[in-house]
Design a protein around this ligand. Structure first.
Ligand code: ARG
Length: 306
Protein backbone atom coordinates (compact mmCIF):
# COMPACT_ATOMS: atom_id res chain seq x y z
CA UNK A 1 0.00 0.00 0.00
CA UNK A 2 1.26 3.46 -0.82
CA UNK A 3 0.56 5.86 2.04
CA UNK A 4 0.68 9.56 1.39
CA UNK A 5 2.51 11.34 4.17
CA UNK A 6 3.96 14.79 4.09
CA UNK A 7 7.55 13.61 4.47
CA UNK A 8 7.08 11.28 1.57
CA UNK A 9 5.04 13.42 -0.79
CA UNK A 10 7.87 13.73 -3.33
CA UNK A 11 8.65 10.03 -3.20
CA UNK A 12 4.98 9.03 -3.50
CA UNK A 13 4.50 11.38 -6.44
CA UNK A 14 7.20 9.51 -8.34
CA UNK A 15 5.72 6.15 -7.32
CA UNK A 16 2.28 7.30 -8.45
CA UNK A 17 3.45 8.52 -11.80
CA UNK A 18 4.89 5.04 -12.29
CA UNK A 19 1.67 3.24 -11.45
CA UNK A 20 -0.51 5.66 -13.36
CA UNK A 21 -2.05 3.91 -16.34
CA UNK A 22 -2.18 6.20 -19.32
CA UNK A 23 -4.83 4.14 -21.14
CA UNK A 24 -7.23 4.47 -18.20
CA UNK A 25 -9.92 7.14 -18.25
CA UNK A 26 -9.49 9.15 -15.08
CA UNK A 27 -12.74 10.91 -14.20
CA UNK A 28 -13.28 14.60 -13.76
CA UNK A 29 -13.91 15.24 -10.08
CA UNK A 30 -15.59 18.11 -8.32
CA UNK A 31 -13.99 19.07 -5.01
CA UNK A 32 -14.40 21.96 -2.58
CA UNK A 33 -11.44 23.26 -0.58
CA UNK A 34 -11.92 23.11 3.21
CA UNK A 35 -11.41 26.85 3.78
CA UNK A 36 -14.50 26.91 6.03
CA UNK A 37 -14.53 23.29 7.19
CA UNK A 38 -15.46 22.75 10.86
CA UNK A 39 -17.72 20.65 13.03
CA UNK A 40 -20.21 23.04 14.60
CA UNK A 41 -23.42 21.02 14.44
CA UNK A 42 -24.43 17.42 14.81
CA UNK A 43 -26.40 15.84 11.98
CA UNK A 44 -24.87 12.39 12.15
CA UNK A 45 -23.50 10.16 14.90
CA UNK A 46 -19.86 10.88 14.06
CA UNK A 47 -20.03 14.64 14.56
CA UNK A 48 -18.91 16.03 17.92
CA UNK A 49 -18.89 19.83 17.88
CA UNK A 50 -17.48 19.91 21.42
CA UNK A 51 -14.41 17.87 20.57
CA UNK A 52 -13.85 20.06 17.54
CA UNK A 53 -14.20 23.32 19.47
CA UNK A 54 -11.51 22.29 21.97
CA UNK A 55 -8.87 22.22 19.28
CA UNK A 56 -10.44 23.83 16.25
CA UNK A 57 -7.52 25.71 14.71
CA UNK A 58 -5.14 22.74 14.90
CA UNK A 59 -7.79 20.36 13.56
CA UNK A 60 -8.57 22.70 10.68
CA UNK A 61 -4.88 23.00 9.81
CA UNK A 62 -4.49 19.23 9.64
CA UNK A 63 -7.74 18.79 7.69
CA UNK A 64 -6.57 21.33 5.13
CA UNK A 65 -3.27 19.52 4.76
CA UNK A 66 -5.02 16.16 4.35
CA UNK A 67 -7.29 17.64 1.69
CA UNK A 68 -4.34 19.13 -0.21
CA UNK A 69 -2.61 15.73 -0.31
CA UNK A 70 -5.78 14.06 -1.52
CA UNK A 71 -6.29 16.70 -4.19
CA UNK A 72 -2.64 16.39 -5.25
CA UNK A 73 -2.90 12.61 -5.37
CA UNK A 74 -5.86 12.77 -7.74
CA UNK A 75 -4.10 15.26 -9.97
CA UNK A 76 -0.87 13.24 -10.03
CA UNK A 77 -2.79 10.13 -10.98
CA UNK A 78 -4.37 11.93 -13.93
CA UNK A 79 -7.79 12.99 -12.63
CA UNK A 80 -9.11 16.38 -13.73
CA UNK A 81 -10.15 18.28 -10.63
CA UNK A 82 -12.77 21.03 -10.81
CA UNK A 83 -13.32 23.26 -7.79
CA UNK A 84 -16.49 24.80 -6.43
CA UNK A 85 -16.01 27.93 -4.32
CA UNK A 86 -16.28 27.22 -0.58
CA UNK A 87 -18.79 29.39 1.29
CA UNK A 88 -18.40 30.71 4.85
CA UNK A 89 -20.89 29.13 7.24
CA UNK A 90 -21.27 25.98 5.08
CA UNK A 91 -18.66 23.66 6.60
CA UNK A 92 -20.00 20.48 4.98
CA UNK A 93 -19.74 21.87 1.46
CA UNK A 94 -16.40 20.03 1.26
CA UNK A 95 -18.48 16.87 0.82
CA UNK A 96 -19.24 17.48 -2.84
CA UNK A 97 -20.52 13.91 -3.29
CA UNK A 98 -23.74 15.19 -1.78
CA UNK A 99 -24.25 17.96 -4.36
CA UNK A 100 -26.00 15.95 -7.08
CA UNK A 101 -26.55 12.66 -8.89
CA UNK A 102 -24.88 12.76 -12.31
CA UNK A 103 -24.93 10.42 -15.29
CA UNK A 104 -24.48 10.99 -19.01
CA UNK A 105 -24.04 14.75 -18.57
CA UNK A 106 -27.38 15.06 -16.80
CA UNK A 107 -27.47 16.45 -13.29
CA UNK A 108 -30.09 16.04 -10.58
CA UNK A 109 -29.36 18.52 -7.81
CA UNK A 110 -29.61 17.29 -4.22
CA UNK A 111 -32.25 18.32 -1.71
CA UNK A 112 -30.78 18.11 1.76
CA UNK A 113 -32.80 16.78 4.65
CA UNK A 114 -31.30 18.98 7.36
CA UNK A 115 -31.55 22.75 7.45
CA UNK A 116 -27.84 22.93 8.30
CA UNK A 117 -26.99 21.73 4.78
CA UNK A 118 -29.92 23.15 2.81
CA UNK A 119 -28.14 26.47 2.11
CA UNK A 120 -25.56 24.47 0.11
CA UNK A 121 -28.16 23.85 -2.58
CA UNK A 122 -27.83 27.35 -4.01
CA UNK A 123 -24.03 27.52 -4.48
CA UNK A 124 -24.03 23.99 -5.90
CA UNK A 125 -26.83 24.94 -8.34
CA UNK A 126 -24.84 28.02 -9.35
CA UNK A 127 -21.77 25.87 -9.92
CA UNK A 128 -23.71 23.50 -12.18
CA UNK A 129 -25.15 26.35 -14.23
CA UNK A 130 -21.56 27.44 -14.79
CA UNK A 131 -20.52 23.87 -15.59
CA UNK A 132 -23.31 23.78 -18.17
CA UNK A 133 -22.05 26.96 -19.77
CA UNK A 134 -18.56 25.48 -19.83
CA UNK A 135 -19.96 22.41 -21.60
CA UNK A 136 -19.10 20.01 -18.76
CA UNK A 137 -22.75 18.93 -18.37
CA UNK A 138 -25.79 19.28 -20.58
CA UNK A 139 -28.82 19.41 -18.34
CA UNK A 140 -29.43 20.46 -14.73
CA UNK A 141 -32.61 19.57 -12.84
CA UNK A 142 -33.90 19.29 -9.28
CA UNK A 143 -35.89 16.79 -7.26
CA UNK A 144 -39.49 17.79 -6.60
CA UNK A 145 -40.09 19.69 -3.37
CA UNK A 146 -40.74 17.29 -0.50
CA UNK A 147 -38.40 14.58 -1.75
CA UNK A 148 -35.05 14.55 0.00
CA UNK A 149 -32.06 13.14 -1.85
CA UNK A 150 -28.42 13.72 -0.93
CA UNK A 151 -26.67 13.28 -4.27
CA UNK A 152 -24.12 10.66 -5.18
CA UNK A 153 -23.51 10.11 -1.46
CA UNK A 154 -26.82 8.23 -1.49
CA UNK A 155 -26.92 7.09 -5.10
CA UNK A 156 -24.06 5.08 -6.53
CA UNK A 157 -23.64 4.14 -10.18
CA UNK A 158 -22.59 0.50 -10.64
CA UNK A 159 -20.90 0.48 -13.99
CA UNK A 160 -20.61 -3.30 -14.15
CA UNK A 161 -24.34 -3.88 -13.59
CA UNK A 162 -25.47 -0.62 -15.24
CA UNK A 163 -27.72 0.19 -12.31
CA UNK A 164 -27.89 2.74 -9.51
CA UNK A 165 -27.83 1.63 -5.88
CA UNK A 166 -29.79 4.17 -3.82
CA UNK A 167 -29.69 4.55 -0.04
CA UNK A 168 -32.71 5.81 1.86
CA UNK A 169 -33.92 6.30 5.42
CA UNK A 170 -31.67 8.55 7.48
CA UNK A 171 -31.28 11.17 4.72
CA UNK A 172 -32.75 10.46 1.28
CA UNK A 173 -36.44 9.66 0.88
CA UNK A 174 -37.50 6.33 -0.55
CA UNK A 175 -39.55 8.18 -3.20
CA UNK A 176 -36.32 9.55 -4.66
CA UNK A 177 -35.65 6.07 -6.07
CA UNK A 178 -38.41 6.16 -8.70
CA UNK A 179 -37.61 9.72 -9.58
CA UNK A 180 -33.95 8.88 -10.26
CA UNK A 181 -34.98 5.83 -12.31
CA UNK A 182 -37.35 7.87 -14.51
CA UNK A 183 -34.97 10.76 -14.94
CA UNK A 184 -31.95 8.72 -16.00
CA UNK A 185 -33.85 5.82 -17.56
CA UNK A 186 -31.93 3.30 -15.45
CA UNK A 187 -32.81 0.67 -12.90
CA UNK A 188 -32.42 1.88 -9.32
CA UNK A 189 -32.13 -0.60 -6.44
CA UNK A 190 -33.22 0.95 -3.14
CA UNK A 191 -31.46 -0.05 0.09
CA UNK A 192 -32.62 1.03 3.52
CA UNK A 193 -29.81 2.27 5.77
CA UNK A 194 -29.27 2.26 9.52
CA UNK A 195 -28.79 5.65 11.24
CA UNK A 196 -25.06 5.32 11.98
CA UNK A 197 -24.16 4.68 8.32
CA UNK A 198 -26.47 7.38 7.11
CA UNK A 199 -25.21 7.69 3.50
CA UNK A 200 -24.85 4.73 1.15
CA UNK A 201 -21.32 5.65 0.06
CA UNK A 202 -20.11 4.93 3.62
CA UNK A 203 -20.98 1.25 3.30
CA UNK A 204 -21.18 0.11 -0.29
CA UNK A 205 -18.71 0.41 -3.10
CA UNK A 206 -18.96 -1.35 -6.47
CA UNK A 207 -15.46 -1.96 -7.89
CA UNK A 208 -14.41 -1.80 -11.53
CA UNK A 209 -14.15 -5.57 -11.97
CA UNK A 210 -17.60 -6.31 -10.62
CA UNK A 211 -16.86 -7.00 -6.97
CA UNK A 212 -18.84 -5.02 -4.41
CA UNK A 213 -17.41 -4.05 -1.02
CA UNK A 214 -20.03 -3.58 1.67
CA UNK A 215 -20.59 -3.44 5.39
CA UNK A 216 -23.63 -5.60 6.25
CA UNK A 217 -24.19 -3.82 9.61
CA UNK A 218 -25.05 -0.60 7.78
CA UNK A 219 -28.16 -2.10 6.21
CA UNK A 220 -31.55 -3.22 7.43
CA UNK A 221 -32.27 -6.95 7.17
CA UNK A 222 -34.30 -6.53 4.01
CA UNK A 223 -31.61 -4.41 2.34
CA UNK A 224 -29.01 -7.08 3.19
CA UNK A 225 -31.22 -9.63 1.50
CA UNK A 226 -31.58 -7.48 -1.62
CA UNK A 227 -27.79 -7.12 -1.82
CA UNK A 228 -27.27 -10.87 -1.49
CA UNK A 229 -29.96 -11.61 -4.07
CA UNK A 230 -28.48 -9.19 -6.59
CA UNK A 231 -24.77 -9.88 -6.20
CA UNK A 232 -23.27 -13.37 -6.54
CA UNK A 233 -21.45 -14.51 -3.37
CA UNK A 234 -18.08 -14.63 -5.14
CA UNK A 235 -18.36 -10.93 -5.97
CA UNK A 236 -19.61 -9.73 -2.62
CA UNK A 237 -16.92 -8.71 -0.13
CA UNK A 238 -18.18 -8.02 3.39
CA UNK A 239 -15.86 -5.82 5.42
CA UNK A 240 -15.62 -5.85 9.21
CA UNK A 241 -16.74 -3.20 11.68
CA UNK A 242 -13.29 -1.71 12.13
CA UNK A 243 -12.77 -1.15 8.41
CA UNK A 244 -16.35 0.13 8.14
CA UNK A 245 -15.72 2.66 10.90
CA UNK A 246 -12.57 3.78 9.11
CA UNK A 247 -14.84 4.44 6.10
CA UNK A 248 -13.06 1.94 3.86
CA UNK A 249 -16.06 1.73 1.52
CA UNK A 250 -15.81 5.48 1.03
CA UNK A 251 -13.16 5.01 -1.63
CA UNK A 252 -12.53 6.16 -5.15
CA UNK A 253 -11.78 3.37 -7.61
CA UNK A 254 -10.60 3.73 -11.18
CA UNK A 255 -9.48 0.63 -13.02
CA UNK A 256 -7.02 -1.18 -10.76
CA UNK A 257 -6.48 1.84 -8.51
CA UNK A 258 -8.21 2.26 -5.16
CA UNK A 259 -7.75 5.51 -3.28
CA UNK A 260 -8.93 5.48 0.34
CA UNK A 261 -8.15 6.96 3.73
CA UNK A 262 -6.82 3.81 5.39
CA UNK A 263 -7.67 0.12 5.62
CA UNK A 264 -6.63 -3.03 7.45
CA UNK A 265 -3.78 -5.10 6.06
CA UNK A 266 -6.14 -8.11 5.74
CA UNK A 267 -8.48 -6.20 3.48
CA UNK A 268 -5.60 -4.72 1.57
CA UNK A 269 -4.21 -8.19 0.74
CA UNK A 270 -7.67 -9.32 -0.30
CA UNK A 271 -7.88 -6.36 -2.67
CA UNK A 272 -4.35 -6.95 -3.93
CA UNK A 273 -5.21 -10.59 -4.67
CA UNK A 274 -8.09 -9.37 -6.79
CA UNK A 275 -5.65 -7.23 -8.76
CA UNK A 276 -6.27 -3.83 -7.15
CA UNK A 277 -3.59 -1.58 -5.76
CA UNK A 278 -4.38 0.60 -2.78
CA UNK A 279 -3.24 4.17 -2.26
CA UNK A 280 -3.91 5.45 1.22
CA UNK A 281 -4.28 9.19 1.68
CA UNK A 282 -5.47 9.64 5.26
CA UNK A 283 -8.29 12.16 5.65
CA UNK A 284 -9.13 11.31 9.25
CA UNK A 285 -10.08 14.83 10.26
CA UNK A 286 -12.99 14.69 7.84
CA UNK A 287 -14.04 11.55 9.69
CA UNK A 288 -14.93 13.92 12.54
CA UNK A 289 -17.73 15.18 10.30
CA UNK A 290 -18.65 11.65 9.22
CA UNK A 291 -17.00 11.60 5.80
CA UNK A 292 -13.95 10.39 3.92
CA UNK A 293 -12.34 10.18 0.47
CA UNK A 294 -15.35 9.46 -1.73
CA UNK A 295 -17.55 12.05 0.01
CA UNK A 296 -14.94 14.69 -0.77
CA UNK A 297 -15.39 14.10 -4.51
CA UNK A 298 -18.12 14.03 -7.11
CA UNK A 299 -17.62 12.36 -10.50
CA UNK A 300 -18.76 14.84 -13.12
CA UNK A 301 -18.35 12.72 -16.24
CA UNK A 302 -19.85 9.34 -15.38
CA UNK A 303 -21.38 7.67 -18.41
CA UNK A 304 -23.39 4.51 -18.87
CA UNK A 305 -22.55 1.93 -21.54
CA UNK A 306 -25.84 2.45 -23.37
N1 ARG B 1 -21.37 16.03 7.90
C1 ARG B 1 -21.83 15.63 6.61
C2 ARG B 1 -23.29 15.19 6.72
O1 ARG B 1 -23.66 14.66 7.73
C3 ARG B 1 -20.99 14.51 6.07
C4 ARG B 1 -21.36 14.09 4.69
C5 ARG B 1 -20.57 12.92 4.17
N2 ARG B 1 -20.88 12.67 2.84
C6 ARG B 1 -21.11 11.48 2.27
N3 ARG B 1 -21.29 11.44 0.99
N4 ARG B 1 -21.19 10.38 2.99
O2 ARG B 1 -24.08 15.38 5.84
Amino acid sequence: MITIAQSKIQETRILMSNIKNSTEHYPRLLMCAPDHFEVTYEINQWMQPQTWSHNSSELLKVAQQEWRFLNQTFKTLGFDVELVKPQPGLPDMVFTANAAVILNERVLLARFRFQERQPEEKPFAQYFELAKRKGLVKEVNSFPVGIFQEGAGDCIWDNQRQIFWAGYGPRSSKEATDYIGDYFGKEVVALELSPRFYHLDLSLSPLSNGQVLYYPGAFTGSAQKIIKDRIPANELIAIDKEDAENFVCNLVNVGKQIILSNCSSQLESKLNNLGYSVISTPVRKFGLAGGSVCCLTLKLDLTSKH
